[in-house]
Design a protein around this ligand. Structure first.
Ligand code: PLP
Length: 460
């Protein structure tokens, strides 16, 4: 660590922060009596706060972002070199790093051909919603405009994407929302919604078909799903689910949008989460891991067939996608993304994610044997959740305050983990883990040992 905190530095930073910064996702009352957390420096998976405390970050920057770890000089240099050469030109023009990154990305995504740049996951998702509404207007007389989203999924923070939010506490008090968004049921097998089903995956997917039939297939334009639900509780799909979802979308000509904002760029051990399930999407969106937090960039990726639907018709001035994102023209994003992708490839981080994911899975299952409070363990690659319950038989969720206490204890023991926090009434009971893809066996064991200790301290 280069930063050696001095008492004056710390006091000054904390005072300025407390006086002027409005933190994301925070109840600020707590900072009247305790100091706000302020991170100063990071290297690999380690991060240091303003008081000089070291943590092992098991959540890649808090929200599944820093896939290649902190302190990557080669990304900083790539960004610097690009900014000095050309920092920006409006997104309506092309650029060298934009063209190169799009080409590399498309190589990893057979069947998809077009990349639209913007800055955040929310924005990338909203672009899809706009495209689908415009396809409906241009090709279906405005009728096929409904957007289906799934209970417990999250697609971002703006009003339009909150209209497609399956986590009620995130949307509460921010309405009214735009029309034409319809929820379909979640697919979490542990919280069995179809007790009589012989094939759970089929039943969960068929519930989507029921919604399409109820709404009228000619009114439904898009189905938007996370490949593995992230903040809604790390929900891995049941067997056969995705195959049936794909069939249903084809049958009713509903475009399929996979939100890879969390799973994209290696988190599950393949480049994208949907590639675990053999799905062929019409749209894929991505953000966090695209540049691992070194620059703001998101991508909306689609097929040539979708692109063709926007082919400019000179006699119709409304015929193209009339959208721009100012910072979609900032070249720090694709420059960082190119180097980020090179690191994932050259350091073999997909393979590491698979093997470290197996270790994490094994360690978490051992915790489940040891602690009755761990009701379910699920995930893929370096993306895991452990659902905590007060009672294994009834599956009554452990109280949110206790789950938060486990997270806080881990932090006391030097490991930062996450949880489904204030998003699902009564169900904010899943611990969330997503270390950087560079994790070592020692890192994985340190993470699960801290959870083991915290569970013993909080739950006995
Ligand atoms: N989609 C998913 C699955 C997410 O988890 C998030 C953020 O956590 C978003 C979209 C929104 O991304 P952003 O915060 O970059 O707008």
């Amino acid at each position: 660590m280069n930063f050696v905190p001095k008492p004056n530095d710390i006091a000054g930073i904390i005072e300025a922060d407390r006086a002027h910064v409005w933190h994301h996702l925070s109840q600020h009352k707590q900072y009247e009596t305790s100091d706000p957390p302020i991170m100063i420096e990071g290297k690999g998976l380690r991060i240091w706060d303003a008081k000089g405390r070291e943590y092992l970050d098991a959540v890649a920057g808090g929200v599944w972002t820093v896939n290649v770890g902190y302190g990557r000089e080669s990304i900083a240099n790539a960004v610097r070199d690009q900014l000095v050469k050309l920092n920006y030109f409006a997104g309506a023009a092309g650029s060298e790093p934009g063209a190169r990154f799009a080409q590399k990305l498309i190589e990893k995504m057979p069947g998809l051909t077009r990349v639209y740049y913007s800055n955040s996951g929310s924005e990338a998702n909203e672009k899809v919603f706009k495209m689908v509404r415009q396809i409906s207007a241009r090709h279906h007389g405005g009728r096929k405009s409904k957007i289906l989203f799934r209970e417990r999924d999250y697609h971002g923070t703006t009003i339009a994407v909150l209209a497609a939010c399956g986590q009620p506490q995130r949307a509460e008090q921010y309405g009214p929302f735009p029309e034409g968004f319809v929820e379909v049921p979640h697919c979490l097998e542990y919280r069995n919604q179809y007790p009589d089903a012989e094939d759970y995956g089929l039943a969960a997917a068929n519930a989507i078909e029921d919604v399409i039939l109820r709404e009228g297939p000619d009114t439904v334009g898009l189905l938007c799903l996370e490949p593995i639900t992230a903040g809604g509780g790390v929900i891995t799909p049941p067997k056969g689910y995705w195959e049936r979802v794909q069939e249903i979308c084809r049958k009713y000509e509903v475009l399929l949008h996979i939100d890879e904002v969390v799973c994209g760029l290696g988190r599950t051990g393949t480049w994208f989460g949907y590639q675990q399930y053999g799905v062929k999407p019409d749209f894929v969106t991505m953000a966090k891991g695209v540049a691992s937090g070194y620059a703001a960039i998101s991508c909306t990726v689609t097929t040539e067939a979708v692109f063709e639907m926007f082919k400019d018709n000179p006699s119709d001035p409304m015929s193209y996608f009339r959208d721009i994102s100012t910072y979609g023209g900032c070249l720090a994003g694709p420059a960082a993304a190119l180097e980020n992708m090179r690191i994932i490839e050259d350091e073999g981080l997909l393979a590491n994610t698979v093997s470290m994911g197996e270790r994490l899975d094994g360690n978490l299952r051992a915790l489940m044997e040891k602690h009755r409070v761990v009701g379910d363990v699920r995930g893929k690659g370096l993306f895991y959740g452990a659902e905590l319950v007060a009672d294994r038989t009834t599956k009554e969720p452990l109280a949110e305050a206790k789950v938060a206490a486990v997270v806080a204890k881990c932090r006391e023991h030097g490991v930062i983990i996450g949880m489904t926090n204030r998003s699902l009434p009564g169900l904010n009971n899943t611990l969330c883990l997503s270390p950087g893809l560079i994790a070592t066996p020692d890192d994985i064991d340190t993470i699960t040992s801290a959870i083991d200790r915290a569970l013993a301290e909080v739950c006995g």
